[in-house]
Design a protein around this ligand. Structure first.
Ligand code: SF4
Length: 506
């Protein structure tokens, strides 16, 4: 198996940096369907450029490279223990090279292992089969979309849709509800893998397994094929749009399976994956470990570029912000404004927010821009470099955000997916805004960082959770919650909720 290590490293690298052709095609269709010059269309422009940048530079498409999950089929007689060890080594090496972000955190101590290895990480599912070759599939699904997974125990009552019964109509309601609930938190447009039935644990596993199907395949079961087509049509009439900005493209795939259940249980498990749908596979020679075939790819088809222009098309109407910011500057902003930040910003996410509840900040946050980012960082020539740095889901900081804004004077919070009432009230009272970056656009935003000025709390929290001090130029984002109580997220949630009700009445 002299080529096994190289093959695995190549599989991980390609999965993290090069979106598969079926996802590229689905994103291209979704982007072209969007109304030009809308916020969703702007989001697509950045997303598509970001996909090309990641491929050009072999950098992670999104900074959250997720929980590496491998599905492995081996011929009878192949040593699975050896493959397991090789996968662990390849994952550690890919992390060292900055193709994966260190994402494995001890759930008791909170310590990041730094190499993506830990108890039950990476995830590996082994099966034997009668074929001669080894097949390894990999999916990298990040935390933002993982947190939007949902499991329904029917019968149940759903917002805007009423009762979901134990039949296909009830299943349809659950899936639509999950897409509506995700809004922009899972970096829409996304795809759903669904399992009807099974038990709670296996149902989720089977739902995630559906994400290994190509987005353009057709379910061999005509009943499920019909349901998949209906969901695609209805979900794309909801109006969630790219990043939850409102728009025509909310879903790029719906893949459904069914499994037998207990008489007493009826679960509908929905695994939501974001537009950065990173999944690839390889077939390996069982004797040497060399790649004999890539899965999900057509070797005769070159990778098609997706970008329609130069990333974020500027109109000249953008508001330039140079932190530290004064209250009056921030209060002048309103929902829908596009801003370009040039100057200093600080990253801070879950651990930093919890830390600031009990400790003063390690830097002066007065007038500052606080970015909910967990970047991929590498040290090169003694200096830290940003390898991927898109915005992650902000709602996790909702319990803390107001108490960080007010006492420390933060004027700008940057993330994606929006936040709720407590934060909105704090923005209004104190004079601060929430900016929505384009989720997953990790390469695009990494290129806005001119210099890494320093880092705090790295030893305590690890690389993604540390507070990085960055100097950025023309960091583009959209005001989606302003200092006057307005929230694009609340507006879209209400409008799409009404649309759900309308679908219900058809
Ligand atoms: S694209 Fe968005 S949801 Fe997907 S992994 Fe990246 S930040 Fe998370």
């Amino acid at each position: 198996m002299e080529f096994l290590a190289t093959s695995l490293l190549e599989l991980i690298t390609q999965t993290s940096t090069n979106l598969p052709p079926d996802v590229r095609a689905a994103m291209s269709i979704a982007a072209n369907a969007e109304t030009p010059a809308t916020q969703s269309a702007q989001a697509f422009d950045i997303i598509l450029s970001n996909v090309d940048m990641a491929n050009d530079d072999e950098g992670p498409i999104c900074q959250d490279t997720g929980m590496p999950t491998f599905l492995i089929h081996t011929p009878v007689g192949v040593n699975q223990i050896r493959i397991k060890q090789a996968i662990r080594e390849a994952v550690a090496e890919a992390t060292r090279l900055g193709k994966l972000r260190p994402n494995s955190v001890d759930s008791i101590t909170g310590k990041n292992s730094g190499n993506n290895l830990g108890v039950e990480t990476p995830v590996m599912h082994f099966e034997q089969w009668e074929e001669q070759e080894i097949e390894i599939k990999l999916i990298l699904k990040g935390g933002g979309c993982e947190n939007t997974n949902n499991q329904y125990s029917v019968p149940c009552n759903l917002d805007h849709l009423g009762r979901a019964d134990r039949n296909l109509e009830g299943v349809r309601k659950c899936i639509l509800h999950a897409v509506w609930l995700a809004q922009g938190k899972g970096c829409a447009p996304g795809a759903v893998g669904v399992c009807i039935g099974s038990d709670r644990a296996h149902g989720y596993e089977l739902a995630k397994g559906q994400l290994f199907r190509t987005l353009d395949d057709v379910n061999p079961d005509p009943v499920l094929a019909k349901l998949e087509a209906e969901i695609m049509d209805e979900a794309n009439r909801l109006g969630v749009g790219a990043m939850g900005f409102g728009g025509k493209s909310s879903l790029i795939g719906c893949k459904i399976t069914a499994a037998n259940r207990l008489p007493a249980s009826f679960f509908v498990s929905v695994a939501y994956d974001c537009w950065a749908f990173r999944r690839l596979g390889v077939r390996l020679d069982a004797a040497t470990g060399a790649i004999v075939q890539w899965l999900y790819r057509d070797p005769n088809r070159p990778v098609e570029r997706l970008a329609r222009g130069e990333g974020f098309p500027l109109t000249g109407r953008e508001v330039v912000l140079t932190p530290p910011l004064a209250e009056a500057q921030v209060r002048a902003l309103k929902v829908g404004d596009v801003v370009l930040i040039t100057g200093e910003m600080f990253t801070g996410r879950d651990n930093v927010h919890a830390y600031l509840m009990k400790n003063p900040p390690p830097v002066n946050l007065n007038g500052a821009a606080l970015y909910h980012c967990g970047p991929v960082m590498l040290q090169e020539g003694g200096e830290w470099r940003v390898k991927a740095a898109g915005p992650p889901t902000s709602i996790r900081e909702e319990p803390y955000q107001a108490d960080v804004i007010k006492p420390y004077g933060v004027r700008v919070v940057i993330g994606k997916g929006g936040m709720s009432k407590k934060t909105s009230d704090a923005l209004k009272e104190f004079g601060a805004v929430y900016l929505n970056g384009i989720g997953g656009a990790a390469q695009y935003y990494a290129r806005t960082v001119e210099k890494v000025l320093g880092v705090s709390l790295k030893e305590e929290f690890g690389i993604p959770e540390a507070m990085w001090h960055l100097r950025v130029r023309d960091f583009a984002a959209i005001v989606t919650m302003d200092a006057h109580g307005n929230s694009l997220h609340a507006d879209i949630e209400n409008a799409t909720g009404e649309q759900l009700e309308a679908l219900q009445q058809v």
